[in-house]
Design a binder for this molecule. Structure first.
Ligand code: GDP
Length: 444
């Protein structure tokens, strides 16, 4: 997400913060570079212009350039302006209406509309404990209604029974009636898409809107289509009226411009982003966190939230107790590595850490990637329980056996053992209140 833009902007801003004093010309020069970076990231031109103008005007102010840390002040201004451009506040789905609340999903074919319908329904059902009904109004593509039904079964969300021959409006009415009678909290309507916007599609959407009276109309747009996604949002808003946007394929290596200009051009908030094909790959869109990511400041808040969701609290507590006693065996190391994988592996975690863009490149160059964790787990799994508890017994012949069993060479086994030894030592010191951690705690 935003990798190349993030690299560019961090580079430009790094140069500014390294200098003690800044002149107006320095700021102007930096803004020219920022403008180029944003245009290359496919951000709409008027949005770029307004952005750099605002930053420049605030940055050349007396108190900024004369301050002790002018570079950092400029970075803060860029950050604040980015947040503003992205919509300032996070705007979650609004369900503040009498039940059943209707959410209507609109968008082009292939944008991820059906997948997103299921993702939203799943999240409302599992996280918010709501009773959710999904219905597909796509009567043009015979497989579409079936696709939603399958997604419903996979995610344990009820779908409206399919009746052949009904019109989209008839299905919408039936869904709302079924939801009322069945005591559902929310109905998510997945509408038909087209390969491009055309008149019949717009008429159909307007009719559904009229009869189902949705509280939210969410446009699903593919972030990889850049400017086209922004134009699409404008067109849908003019004809059907939308209340928010879901940008899908934010996991792809698109240039990110759609996400950056969407709000400024359409005035409609990005509410959610799709970050993968799986049913749980849906995230809230937080302007400040996205700005942090773009500026290479990381997104620790999201990482911690993800950790809270994914990590088993009981296991974590057990691990903490073991660490206190100073025992950290290979079994524990394997557990830690598996937790890392759950958080999205090395790249998933690194992508959310501050200043990691540069480090990640070095890691890529050194051949360290997500497979490393898998390989390390495989090495540990090739050991006997006794070896995992007491790695000291691992001599040459055992190491050879483990290497063969996990498809690596003996050097890789040695590296893993060394890493474990270092971690165990560090943890022992922490546990006994020696080491840096202990000193810090003692000093407080
Ligand atoms: P629809 O025609 O708009 O209903 O699109 P679908 O929901 O059928 O999605 C089309 C394809 O895009 C499917 O293969 C999805 O798995 C995939 N997809 C949807 N959302 C995302 C996303 O956020 N990231 C990625 N990588 N793929 C997605």
């Amino acid at each position: 997400m935003f990798e190349s833009l993030s690299d560019r902007l961090s580079g430009i801003l790094d140069k500014l913060t390294k200098r003690g004093a800044l002149s107006e010309a320095d700021v102007s020069e930096a803004m020219r570079e920022v403008r180029r970076a944003l245009i290359e990231a496919d951000v709409a031109l008027p949005v770029v212009r307004s952005f750099t103008d605002k930053v420049r005007n605030r940055a050349v102010g007396h108190e900024v350039l004369k301050s002790i840390t002018p570079g950092q002040q400029v970075v803060k201004i860029v950050h604040d302006q980015l947040v503003e451009m992205l919509g300032s506040e996070a705007k979650p789905i609004d369900l503040d209406a009498p039940a059943p609340v209707c959410i209507m999903m609109v968008g082009l074919q292939g944008s991820g509309k059906t997948t997103t319908t299921a993702k939203i329904a799943r999240r409302l059902a599992t996280r918010d404990k709501l009773k959710v009904l999904m219905a597909s109004l796509d009567t043009r593509r015979p497989a579409a209604q079936e696709q939603l039904k399958v997604l419903g079964e996979q995610n344990e969300i009820e779908t409206l029974p399919i009746i052949a021959g009904q019109s989209p409006v008839q299905i919408a009415n039936r869904a709302m009636t079924a939801a009322r009678l069945g005591g559902f909290d929310v109905v998510v309507l997945d509408t038909a898409g087209r390969t491009h916007i055309d008149e019949p599609l717009m008429v159909e959407m307007a009719e559904i809107r009229q009869s189902a009276n949705p509280h939210e109309i969410l446009l699903v747009a593919d972030a990889l289509t850049g400017q086209d996604a922004v134009n699409l949002a404008t067109a849908f808003d003019e004809r059907v009226g939308i209340t928010g946007i879901v940008l899908t394929r934010m996991d792809g290596d698109g240039r990110g411009g759609a996400a950056l200009s969407m709000r400024a051009v359409t005035g409609k908030p990005i509410k959610l982003i799709g970050t993968g094909e799986k049913a749980d790959a849906l995230e809230d869109f937080h302007p400040s966190r996205i700005a942090d990511r773009i500026l290479g400041m990381g997104d620790i808040v999201s990482l911690v939230e993800k950790a809270a969701r994914e990590i088993d609290a009981e296991k974590a507590a057990k691990m903490a107790a073991k660490l206190k006693k100073g025992s950290f065996d290979l079994e524990d190391l394997a557990e830690q590595l598996k937790q890392m994988e759950k958080l999205g592996g090395m790249s998933g975690i690194m992508g959310m850490m501050p200043g990691v863009g540069k480090m990640k490149k070095q890691m890529d160059a050194a051949g360290i990637d997500d497979r490393v964790i898998k390989r390390q787990v495989a090495i540990i799994q090739s050991m006997t329980p006794a070896e995992r508890r007491k790695p000291d017994i691992l001599k040459a012949s055992r190491k050879k056996r483990i290497a063969a069993g996990s498809g690596v060479d003996v050097a890789a086994v040695n590296r893993l053992l060394k890493m474990h030894r270092q971690m165990a030592d560090m943890m022992k010191q922490m546990g006994q209140g020696k080491g840096l951690f202990g000193k810090l705690m003692g000093g407080m």
